[in-house]
Structures are given as structure tokens and as C-alpha cells.
Design a protein around this ligand. Sequence first.
Ligand SMILES: [Zn+2]
Length: 389
Amino acid sequence: MLNAAQIVVSEHIEHGWHTIEGDAPGCSTQMHYYRFGSDTSKPKIYLQAALHADEQPGTMILHHLVAALTQEAQANQLNARFILFPMVNPLGLQNIAFGRHQGRYEPSIARNHNRAWPNLYEAIADKVKNNLCSNAAENRTTVMQAVEQWLNLQQPLNALDKQRLIAMREAFDAEFILDLHCDEDALNHIYISPSLLPEYQDLANWMQSAATLTAHDSGGGSFDEIWTLLWRQLKQNFPHNPFPPPPLSATLEYRGNFQTFDALNKQDAENLMGFFRGRGLLAGRPAAPAQQAPSALPLHAMQNLRTPYAGLLAYQRELGDKIRTGDVIAEVIDLHGDQAFKKRRPLVAETNGLLFSRRMDKYVWPGCSVAKIAGEQPLVAKDSYLLGD
Ligand SMILES: [Zn+2]
């Protein structure tokens, strides 16, 4: 069912791919991976890109990271093992409609590819509840074994679930799980659990993250959250048992999709290498320290500014602007009626903060997200659904 053909390039470098039988007769696709380091070395770093298959900066970054890690492996500089899926959603490459690639949603079930990943606590709680002890390391082993058993029992029916299972099987026991995405027209930013900060502020620094946004559970079952949520829910439900810290798991948003460029994304890959080197996962020290990035802010304090009008969007503020409540972020120009092509309606900020994301397409309709502002004051309840779609 889950076939992997492998090509061993050298002792500690492996390139392989899983062949996923498609749901349509005669269709199959390849899900490629690269491994660096021996199978037994620790820690394990898992990176994936293009879960939203139409987001290419991450794939370009991992393309350059493959080259960089190949050099490190050949020079015997690895203090960890790495596994990379530069295109973790090859099924999403097939979805081309009306001359445009659509990669955010699985069209057959209208589901966002980065939603509805399984709740691992619910999957394993019954299995582990009588086997937990007073030793955190032993509890980690118990939990990891239960997760692995649960993954091994899954029998995916369709191609998409087969593809998802391959990713989870590779990620579940990693200490570092980095999911590379991009926004529309944006500055670098990160979505991460608050339980991982300030411990991993260095990741934000190396990435030059303009906004690091935290939520324990944004409500959508996104890929990065299921790994930290498992440990949070274990701690909440078994308060008398110790558990290890959660893995570093984060969604890294690399600017906007049109900013997929060789030199820019090669620098992003080098910055990730700086993070790895700074953490001792690669030998040597970074040539220079990373610049300090802004401290994290709560995701439920981020304004996702939406338009109630249809029309043509005219931005009044730039990415990186410091915004005050009441500032006009954009105006929407009417496209019909007696004021067509004359009247402009303002869209105003409801918080103080940093404008870090804007829309690419400028024709909008009611409900479209037009800007994201990272603020400090909560705008909705923490346990609201905090994602844009
Ligand atoms: Zn994405």
C-alpha cells in the first residue's frame, strides 16, 4: 500500500520516493524525500514544504537545503539526522483549473490541505492511560510507541489519506518539525505554540520573522499543531505524570508566493542552516549571530481585516507599517451603481500593531481577507477558530 523505492546516494544520504496510487485508474504520483544522517542518530529534524501545493517558496528553500545538507553530510558535519519532503503534497500538483494551479484545497472534498489532521491525544489516550509512570523519559517512550502503533493500524482508503499517513509516519518521532508555507504578499512570520517560547526565539531570529504568532490550538487541526497539542493534552489530562517538553513544531511562512526566487530562498536555506548550527545540530558555529526578531504575540490578537464590500482594492498602507486603531488600511472602489469607479469605501484597523500581510489579487468580494495586523490586545476568545479559512 505504501511503497517506497529508494536510491542510496552515499552512506548517510538517501533519496527515495513513495509511489502513491491515485484514486483515478492509471494515475499515480511520487512523494520524494531526502534523508541525511544515520537512521539511529538523534535528534531528528523533519522538514516539509508545499503542503499547500501552490506555495512554492518552501520548495525552493528545501531545494537549496538538500544541496547544503549534502555538503555537510559529505564533510561529516551532521550531529543529527534530517528528513526533507520538498513537495509533501504531490497530489496537489495535479489540480490545475482554468489555467491556474489550485493547491490549497483538496477539490474532491473541498478541504484545506492544512486542516483536520488527527488529534493524537484522542487517538492514544486510552492506550497509555494505565501505563504512565513518574519518569518523563519513560512516558515519552510509552506515548511514542502508542502513536506509532496507531499510525501502523491506519488503513487509508484514498490517495490523499495515504499521502497524509506517509508524512505523519516520518514526523511523529522528530524533535524538530518545520512546515514551510507562504502567505499572499507578506513579511516572514511564524505560527507556533506559546509553550515553545521563548525557548525557540532563535528560530524567529534566524528566519527574520516580523511576527511570531502563538496559539495552543487555533481550532483547525493544522499539521504543526497536532504534535504539540498531544503533549499539552497529556499534561492537562494526566497532571500527576511528568512528560518531556514538546517537540519544536512550527509553521514557517516565507513571505508571499510570488517571492519564489533562487537567491532569496537560498539565503532562507542558509538562515535555517544557521539555526541548525546554532543549536548544535551541525558541527561548527554560525559565522555571525542572527539579528533579534520581535517577541511573539498571541494569534487571537491578530486582526484578519475582511472587506464587507465587493470592488477594487486600493491599499493605503505598506507591509511593515506600524498601524494605529482607526487607520485606513485600504479603500474599496465601487464597480457598479451610480457611484461606480468614483466612490471609495475605507477598511479600517481595529487594533494597534504591525501590518505584515496583504492580498495579492485586488478584486475583492464580501468576506475576503485583505490584511493581517499583529497586535497585542486580544480581539476574540483564545479558543475561537483563529484561522482564515
Ligand atoms: Zn500554506
